[in-house]
Design a binder for this molecule. Structure first.
Ligand SMILES: [Zn+2]
Length: 127
């Protein structure tokens, strides 16, 4: 388990997970967590329970950033449709050449000296 356990993501036994929430009333999965209640069924915040979401899904879209005021460029931002439902934006691994609909998975990598969750093509293709 990494020091990121209390953040938005964690790594447990080599598997990265996003720390999301699930509505215990209707089952909707949300990421990032929020405390306002379920936007689908209106259940209160007490119905939202922590849910460890596998960092795996399908590449929905991506953008290459070539100009940024404070971050070294270029880098690629992905939109990943997680298998559990939410659409999340994530950093691409530096060596990943993305294609729409790729199976992708997240893992921890050092980016500019900081542990980050980065996504790249899944090593073992899933269904
Ligand atoms: Zn709900």
């Amino acid at each position: 388990m990494s020091a990121e356990m209390t953040g938005l993501w964690s790594v447990d036994s080599g598997t990265a997970r996003l720390n999301g929430i699930r509505c215990s009333s209707c089952g909707l999965v949300l990421f990032p967590p929020q405390l306002y209640g379920c936007p689908a069924c209106g259940a209160g915040p007490g119905e939202l329970i922590p849910a460890a979401l596998p960092a795996a899904g399908r590449l929905h879209s991506f953008a290459v950033v070539n100009l940024h005021p404070s971050h070294p460029t270029p880098y690629t931002i992905l939109e990943v449709e997680l298998d559990s439902g939410p659409l999340v934006r994530a950093l691409a691994a530096s060596n990943f050449d993305p294609r729409i609909n790729d199976r992708v998975e997240g893992h921890e990598a050092q980016v500019d000296g900081t542990p980050q969750l980065v996504f790249e093509r899944a090593r073992v293709p899933l269904a």
